[in-house]
Design a protein around this ligand. Structure first.
Ligand SMILES: [Zn+2]
Length: 530
């Protein structure tokens, strides 16, 4: 732990508290379950002792309480605590590494847990404290010879302090920021992923229990747990299959053995005709970006948003059980899992210059019966819904996969962002003329990012471009950069650099669309170059 940073944080926190700037969790804002619904969710036998459960504490575990809990683990043989960044308001972003001797073992698989990206979804943060306490105890010493765990217990501490979804600075949904890295919070997640290259990642959230479901259907959600693996274009098929066939079933079995229920992750809006959509298929959420890191990447959500501390022990238990199942599966697979990820890294890199790359995809419309809990009777009620499945991707735009991309010398911001993601970018000196494809921007208009249920609330929106490709032979000017696709993170590269993907750096204005007559800033390189 960097003590100076911690002191600076403590001073900033004290000043904020003195100024009354800490809105925190407000029990008056809770919409409690009506008794017939609440009766469906019995408390588990297990008791938890994180600060949120202490009698008299109205709030969930506060930042300084979490930091004190983490500090108390330092000194246990497997624990290494580190501050990997600062939030927009200057709060520490702690990372806990659990491994033999507190040292990351490069030849062992790594499980990465990320909690509390959304500050008003508190159960994951409580669960991680429970898990770190448990896994750093002597009984787990043997298991931690075979596995590394890296945990970000509170990815968005400002949001948690304010009990709000977004970051405090910039009001950004950090879970849509994992390709652009505008927030220091998402940059910290990226640094950890690039450094430890986890084979399995778990993104821990909570979903809405009532609210829009009550408005739309007069009913509450039924399932304790909603799950989804990475679902986006250009994923490695072997890693995807491991997630669907091994890791998701392992979580489901563990959750069900605990008497909890589960289903595919889905969400909707309060609009009467809005579809019920599974989690998005765009390369911007941590779930999908984790998949493009060639990790088995799983979203795990508990039924807890909007109901305050109702069912809190049950929600925490669900996260604990799911993470425990993952840890055991990672330990069981051990070297095979490391080999699977290395094979995926090689397979992705070997696709450079070959085949086709997905630029845009969408969910598949289906009709489905969804089971909810009737608000009046507390009985199950089935409602027909327009369902958007992320399990079958509809590719709406694809093109030949280039060997790599050339970026003009002016594009330092894009280069820095790619490097933060762990992508290799090389300075490129002038070479012989090479085959390239330039983007001819046919139309450029302002728009909004979309996901399965509608437009994403974004500050400033995006640039929606329509492009045509023009094949040329060109000598590339000196001072530019080359981003080869012959690397493991090639899926992140195409997501960032194909300009007509809604998550791209052009869409986000990180790379400007050249005006007529201006030189190109970005080219597809269609032959191998050094
Ligand atoms: Zn969330």
């Amino acid at each position: 732990m960097h003590l100076a940073r911690f002191k600076r944080f403590a001073i900033a926190a004290a000043l904020l508290a003195a100024a009354g700037a800490w809105a925190q969790f407000d029990p008056a804002q809770v919409h409690p379950e009506p008794p017939p619904v609440h009766a469906r969710f019995a408390a588990p036998a297990v008791k938890f002792d994180t600060p949120a459960f202490e009698p008299g504490q109205i709030d969930f575990t506060r930042h300084e309480q979490m930091m004190a809990r983490l500090q108390a683990l330092v000194g246990r043989p497997s624990v290494h605590l580190e501050i990997v960044g600062e939030s927009g308001q200057g709060r520490a972003l702690p990372l806990v590494l659990l491994a033999r001797g507190g040292r990351w073992q490069a030849d062992k698989p790594t499980l990465m847990l990320v909690a509390h990206q959304h500050g008003n979804e508190p159960a994951p943060g409580e669960a991680i404290l429970v898990l770190l306490e448990r896994w750093s105890a002597p009984e787990y010493a043997d298991l931690l010879r075979r596995v590394n765990v890296v945990a970000l217990p509170r990815a968005n501490p400002d949001g948690a302090a304010l009990f709000q979804r977004s970051t405090a600075v910039g009001d950004i949904d950090m879970n849509r920021d994992h390709l652009l890295l505008r927030t220091p919070e998402a940059r910290a997640v990226a640094r950890v992923a690039a450094r430890y290259r986890p084979q399995v990642v778990l993104d821990m959230h909570e979903f809405t229990a009532g609210e829009r479901w009550v408005t739309r259907f007069g009913a509450w959600t039924k399932y304790d747990v909603l799950l989804q693996a990475a679902t986006t274009g250009n994923l490695d098929a072997g890693v995807y299959a491991a997630g669907m066939d091994d890791f998701l079933p392992a979580i489901r079995r563990a959750v069900q053995a605990e008497g909890l229920s589960d289903f595919w992750y889905h969400t909707t809006t309060a609009k009467p005709d809005a579809p019920v959509a599974m989690g998005g298929v765009q390369p911007d959420t941590w779930r999908n970006i984790g998949g493009l890191h060639n990790a088995v990447s799983i979203l795990h959500e508990t039924r807890g948003y909007g109901i305050g501390k109702q069912n809190l022990a049950r929600r925490v238990e669900a996260h604990v059980v799911a993470a425990q199942a993952l840890l055991e599966q990672v330990a069981k697979d051990g070297p095979a899992l490391v080999a699977l990820a290395r094979r995926a890294d090689r397979a992705v890199a070997a696709q450079a210059c070959k085949g086709r790359v997905v630029v845009a995809a969408q969910q598949t419309p289906e009709r489905r019966e969804l089971t909810l809990i009737d608000a009046q009777t507390g009985e199950d009620r089935s409602v027909p819904v327009d369902w958007r499945s992320a399990l079958r991707l509809q590719v709406t735009r694809e093109r030949a996969r280039p060997c790599g991309y050339w970026l003009a010398a002016s594009e330092g911001a894009a280069v820095r962002t790619l490097r933060l993601l762990g992508v290799q970018v090389k300075p490129m000196s002038s070479v012989r003329p090479v085959s390239v494809e330039r983007y001819d921007f046919k139309s450029v208009e302002a728009g909004q990012r979309q996901d399965g249920r509608g437009a994403i609330q974004d500050q400033g929106g995006i640039v929606k471009a329509q492009v045509a490709l023009q094949a040329q032979r060109r000598r590339l000017p000196a001072g530019g950069w080359y981003v080869s696709l012959a690397q493991p993170l090639a899926g992140l590269v195409t997501a960032a650099l194909e300009p007509d993907s809604q998550s791209s750096y052009v869409a986000a204005r990180l790379i400007a669309v050249p005006r007529p007559g201006e030189p190109d800033r970005l080219l597809r390189v269609m032959q191998p170059v050094r």
